[in-house]
Design a protein around this ligand. Structure first.
Ligand code: ATP
Length: 609
């Protein structure tokens, strides 16, 4: 299904197989829903309808006046009437154009307001979607729905709806006027319509196929650009010395694209040539039959009448053609609406409870009671997890990769909800607590530190916009990053680069520790990076977190012995179950999973330093 940006722009009138398969079911419900977006703007919409009707009729007037100009003015040799009709014709054309401008303005205004409403609605909705939604759905898809699909909806309102209305009105009035003039010639006019409709459809089809091919080629070009011009992609290209290969790949697709574009433009050219030729046949036929009627049968038909009929016939070409093809546009439009509605209809998984409870005192005490959890139906990740973390204490969670350590963390700020059992925060089930309050009191320093492109100050203030310079410096000192910042020429105003990539892994992590400290949560969670940091970075981070965890409730997902030793108690996780817990010494002595981890990981990492 093409994103909305492609709607209507290419004169493409045929659906591909793929599009046919993805055709939405057009139900009353869907239509009602689409029109419900128009409801707040019904007054403006009626105005648009009026404008369209009036300007369509006005647009036909000059054709009808031509008859008068010929019969009464020229043939009747009446100078006054001639001038009057010419001026009148000019005046209605001008009026039609002016009304057209007004109509475009109101129409664009409505479309913009509807998409404004839709975008805001969508953004708010997406922000409430759970972590599961973002891990499952393709990021590109989410962005497409937010941007080009909604843009497409705008095109539907400004183009498709308008086209249906104005073409129907023009066609109906043109036909009425034709029949009024002379029914025989009017019927003849209708009979020639298929002559120009058929070739148009053929040309449209060729063009559509080419457009689609060019689109696919374009996607490919974008793909290559995305892959090779991103920070990590470019690095990969450089390190593997693939510049030439990538250039060739790019040049090839680019070349293909040029050829397709030329073909497409030329298909358009043929299309106009064919159209030009056949559209000439209709008028000639009318002149011929009109002439026969006039000359041979002495009918009342006048030269003016024939001219009017020819002019009106010309006016029906476009509407007939557009209306015949509108079904495809219409289908595509409905498909866009369905795509947008599909997201709107996704339930919000994690919602604020109706009557949220507030703990008497927020201390960061966490309890897991018989917690079961799975991301999907297939595999259970956590099985009967139980632990109690008293306020002010710290615990380390250790375990093999994939054992579910990060998953435990995800359940505390309700990024996901448990499948069984319960997680309590200061004695209250997290599902019954005010979500904002809960998340405000849980601070997470994750493995993947995310800094946005801005200054260090911007990134710190994200946690607390009211933080003073003093607060920020203090937090940075505690996070052991202040020396680095003050050594920079611009200090806190140093730019961190795209996703913080101008900084080292350790620096980023320490800035994110400072950021969490500014948030000042009751519970601090530190998901230690598994990736190797150099020992200096590591010890700096260690120096930063040691005193912090002494003064507040904290959970450490630990991969290094020094971090593990800083915690009051150690929990060992294996295959989603807590298999051991206690102090380092007794765990090492027990000869269980911890001993094995110690021997294979912690000891090695620790002695490496
Ligand atoms: P590591 O030490 O490598 O970070 P971990 O112990 O933190 O591992 P988790 O990230 O909790 O492990 O993952 C536990 C299991 O859940 C893994 O097998 C993983 O494949 C699976 N998993 C993690 N996130 C998701 C998700 N969003 N959807 C489905 N499965 C997931």
């Amino acid at each position: 299904m093409p994103p909305g940006g492609r709607l209507g722009g290419h004169g493409a009138h045929f659906m591909t197989e793929e599009e046919k398969a993805a055709q939405p079911k057009i139900t009353w419900q869907l239509l009602r829903r689409v029109f419900s977006y128009l409801r707040p703007y019904w007054k403006q919409f009626i105005l648009v309808l009026l404008c369209i009707a009036v300007s369509s009729i006005f647009n036909l007037m000059p054709s009808i006046l031509t008859g008068k100009i010929i019969d009464d003015g020229l043939i009747g040799r009446n100078m006054k009437l001639l001038v009057v009709f010419i001026v009148a014709s000019f005046a209605v054309t001008l009026a039609a154009s002016l009304i057209g401008v007004l109509e475009s303005y109101i129409n664009t205004w409505i479309a913009q307001h509807i998409t404004f409403d839709m975008r805001n609605h969508m953004f708010r909705h997406l922000q409430r979607m759970s972590q599961r939604f973002f891990t499952t759905n393709n990021q590109g898809d989410i962005i497409t729905r937010m941007t080009s699909d909604i843009d497409g909806v705008e095109t539907v309102i400004t183009n498709t709806f308008k086209s249906i209305l104005s073409n129907s009105i023009t066609l109906i009035f043109a036909l009425i006027a034709m029949f009024q003039k002379n029914w025989i010639l009017a019927l003849l006019g209708i009979a020639v319509i298929p002559l120009f409709v058929l070739p148009t459809r053929k040309a449209g089809k060729t063009r559509w196929t080419l457009t689609r091919e060019a689109q696919e080629c374009n996607d490919e070009v974008n793909g290559i650009l995305n892959e090779t011009l991103s920070v990590s992609g470019q690095l990969l290209v450089k390190l593997f010395g693939k510049e030439n290969q990538e250039y060739e790949r790019y040049e090839n697709v680019n070349n293909k694209m040029i050829r397709l574009n030329i073909k497409e433009k030329m298909a358009g050219r043929w299309f106009f040539m064919i159209l030009n030729t056949v559209t000439n046949i209709g008028p000639m036929l009318l002149y011929l039959v009109g002439g026969i009627l006039m000359i041979k049968y002495d009918s009342s038909v006048t030269v003016g009448d024939i001219t009017v009929l020819v002019a009106l016939l010309g006016k029906t070409y476009m509407p007939v053609n557009s209306l015949l093809n509108i079904q495809v546009d219409w289908m595509r439009s409905m498909a866009l609406f369905s795509r947008v509605f599909e997201y709107f209809d996704m339930p919000v998984e994690i919602e604020n409870p109706d009557n949220p409870k507030t703990p008497d005192k927020i201390t960061g005490r966490v309890e897991f009671a018989h917690v079961d959890f799975s991301y999907d139906e297939e595999r259970q990740i956590l099985k009967d997890v139980n632990f109690l973390l008293e306020s002010g204490k710290s615990m380390a969670i250790v375990g093999p990769s994939g054992s579910g350590k990060s998953t435990i963390i995800n359940l505390i700020p309700r990024l996901y909800d448990v499948k069984g059992g319960k997680v309590s925060f200061d004695g209250i089930d997290v599902r019954e607590m005010d979500l904002e309050l809960l998340r405000k009191n849980v601070g997470v320093v994750s493995q993947e530190t995310y800094l946005f492109n801005g200054t260090i100050r911007d990134n710190l203030q994200y946690a607390n916009p009211d933080a003073t310079e003093g607060d920020m410096i203090e937090a940075c000192k505690k996070a052991n990053i202040y020396d680095f910042i003050s050594a920079q020429e611009k200090g806190l105003d140093t730019m961190v680069g795209n996703r913080g990539l101008k900084l080292s892994g350790g620096e980023k992590q320490r800035i994110s520790i400072a950021r969490v400290l500014l948030k000042n949560p009751a519970l601090l969670i530190f998901d230690e990076a598994t990736s190797a940091l150099d020992s200096i970075s590591e010890s700096k981070i260690q120096e930063a977190i040691d005193p912090i965890i002494k003064e507040r409730t904290s959970i450490l997902i630990a991969h290094r012995l020094s971090t593990i030793l800083a915690a009051d108690e150690i929990y060992v996780l294996k295959d989603g179950q807590i298999v051991e817990h206690g102090q380092h010494k007794e765990l090492v002595a027990s000869g269980g999973v911890y001993t094995e981890l110690y021997e294979t990981q912690f000891k090695k990492v620790d002695t490496k330093d």
